[in-house]
Design a protein. Structure first.
Length: 201
């Protein structure tokens, strides 16, 4: 009888965690969508747009499963007509637009960051502060690299620019902003990942 009650409690707890995971994935999909409308100006004239940061944070905070689901939902919203792809919408933006590679990169970046943190920094074990910061920084850096590699490939396929012109257009101007975003991602992940893990496991 006690085993039966324990199994029921475990099942209910598992359902609650899955439900909370779905809710948080939906929330981060909305935050990623809203990110294209939030810009922080920089002295060089290239603003910081928070959309890519929110996509990567989805994987870093929610893990590889729910983080990837969040970004996938965001992509679906854009494909069905909501103007969340930097003010644009439609499947053609994802497949044939010059920024389509970056959008695919959001998905892969969130997945990569989530996997790295799940494997190297499991929330079930207590970790030192130094190790936490190192692993989170690596996860954020890898996610950023994945996003830009996908973005550069997609941009070149659409525009046929050479590598130098491509890097000048889509990488170099955004380096200062991405350094700032990396610092923010590390700080936010360090603070909120253990809290969120308490709800979704």
């Amino acid at each position: 009888m006690e085993d039966t009650n324990e199994n029921k409690n475990q099942t209910n707890q598992s359902k609650k965690r899955r439900g909370m995971g779905v809710i948080l994935a939906a929330l981060f999909a909305a935050l990623t969508a809203a990110g294209c409308f939030i810009q922080i100006p920089l002295p060089g004239g290239i603003p910081i747009v928070l959309q890519d940061m929110m996509a990567m944070l989805s994987g870093m905070l929610l893990g590889p499963l729910y983080g990837t689901i969040a970004v996938f939902v965001f992509l679906v919203l854009g494909c069905i007509g909501l103007p969340v792809f930097s003010g644009k919408a439609g499947l053609h933006v994802l497949i044939g637009g010059p920024t389509g590679g970056f959008l695919f990169g959001y998905l892969l970046g969130a997945l990569a960051a989530g996997i790295i943190l799940s494997l190297l920094l499991p929330t079930s074990k207590k970790q030192s502060t130094l190790k936490s910061y190192i692993v989170i920084t690596v996860a954020g850096l890898v996610a950023t690299i994945v996003v830009f590699v996908c973005g550069i490939i997609g941009f070149r396929l659409v525009t046929h620019y050479d590598m130098a012109k491509t890097l000048a257009a889509v990488l170099v101007p955004f380096i200062p902003g991405n350094i700032i975003k990396l610092v923010l991602m590390v700080l936010l992940t360090k603070k909120f990942r253990p809290v969120i893990a308490g709800y979704i496991g």
